[in-house]
Design a protein around this ligand. Structure first.
Ligand code: FEO
Length: 391
């Protein structure tokens, strides 16, 4: 449980959650970290804490550097309990510490912990002198809670970005240039698609607000610290926040007796005939949070379900509810599926895709088991439609 030095007198003192596989519905197959950072200056400062059950791990790392009771400031960039859960216990140890946070941060922390802590509220742009160093605070409301802010260490040019630029990766490597970059970028995309995507307009404003800061290191609250590909992750955030997609179709479905799956493959054939990259994602074998990672870069979203009890299959309904909440924009969508007699599911899917604000193509609906001729017809007609879409 050693601290990791980031720069002289600046340490990572967080916790590693090797076992977590479900983060309120998000499949975290690589675990995660809760990153806390310690700055040793005339004023000793802790930036964020960890989830409550990793308090002892954080305390051990801090204690390897200084006596934790000497902490003067605890910066709370974000109230959510994966970052504030250890605050009550560290405040028992560092009982004279002041909590530095945003106005909404104070409200949120008071509502969570009912403690009369000593708060110092920072407006956006305000600074705090630590002695030789200075911290500057920038509010980032709704990325992804109302209280969010980021903290910039002006001297070492480190942005403590909290959830922004995070990735759910548990590893003993602390820096992005020590870890396979493709995995870091994949997990950063998954994080954006499942956590940040609904707040993309605020992300664009924030990127604008911090673009003049000279940043050498981004120290997020989850995963590895960006020390090499800073401009790359900024460019990706800008692309994702702009809902700028690729010529790619994600085909999401579930099937009872294989008919909807056959239609899904006929739909895939149509996209392939137009040289559009496709990904076929059966909801029985793909987690909705992984499907969202692919949807982040896909212009086309196709959703299929047979009709069950006058309704959409529950797996598909759950996915649609998740998709609607994450609110991707500027997509072209298609509803498809098989049916036996009543056949309501495809219309219901189309209604939800319309509520998402997508441009929907004409629905595809076939009774019982589609014949090879019917499937060929699906592919040919959809190919013709795709000629007329913005591809
Ligand atoms: Fe990592 Fe919004 O908490």
């Amino acid at each position: 449980m050693k601290p990791i030095k980031i720069k002289e007198n600046i340490y990572w003192v967080g916790g590693i959650d090797w076992d977590i596989r479900n983060f309120h519905g998000y499949l975290t197959q690589r675990g995660t970290t809760y990153n806390a950072y310690l700055i040793i200056d005339e004023k000793i400062t802790l930036i964020d804490t960890v989830k409550h059950y990793l308090f002892d791990e954080m305390l051990e790392r801090i204690s390897a550097v200084i006596d934790p009771s000497r902490i003067d400031y605890i910066v709370s960039n974000h109230v959510e309990m994966d970052h504030s859960g250890a605050l009550p216990r560290i405040m028992e140890v560092a009982s004279n510490a002041q909590i530095i946070t945003s106005p909404n941060g104070e409200k949120g922390l008071r509502a969570h912990y009912k403690q009369n802590w000593n708060f110092q509220i920072m407006k956006t742009g305000e600074t705090l002198n630590l002695g030789r160093r200075t911290l500057k605070f920038v509010h980032t409301p709704m990325i992804h809670w109302p209280d969010n802010m980021v903290t910039y260490l002006t001297d070492e040019k480190i942005l403590f970005s909290n959830d922004a630029f995070g990735q759910h990766i548990a590893s003993s490597e602390r820096f992005e240039n020590e870890f396979p970059l493709d995995i870091v970028l994949e997990e950063a995309a998954k994080y954006y698609a499942n956590i940040v995507l609904p707040y993309s307009s605020q992300v664009l404003k924030t990127l604008n607000g911090i673009k003049d800061l000279e940043i050498e290191v981004i120290a997020p609250s989850h995963g590895v610290i960006w020390n090499s590909n800073i401009s790359r992750i900024f460019d990706l955030y800008s692309k994702w926040a702009s809902n700028d997609t690729n010529n790619k179709a994600v085909i999401v479905y579930d099937s009872m007796w294989g008919s909807t799956e056959r239609i899904a493959i006929a739909v895939q054939d149509a996209f392939e005939s137009k040289n559009i990259v496709t990904k076929l994602m059966n909801l029985r074998t793909n987690h909705i949070s992984d499907i969202m990672t692919d949807i982040l870069s896909a212009r086309y979203i196709c959703v299929g379900s047979p009709t069950l009890n006058n309704n959409i299959l529950p797996t598909v309904a759950g996915f649609l509810s998740y998709l609607k909440g994450l609110a991707p924009k500027n997509r072209i969508a298609l509803a498809f599926g098989s049916y036996g007699w009543s056949g309501q599911s495809v219309g219901q899917i189309e209604e939800i895709l319309n509520e998402c604000g997508f441009n929907t193509l004409e629905i595809l609906r076939l009774q019982y088991i589609p014949s090879p001729e019917q499937l060929k017809d699906v592919t040919e007609k959809l190919s013709e439609v795709l000629n007329g879409t913005n591809i």
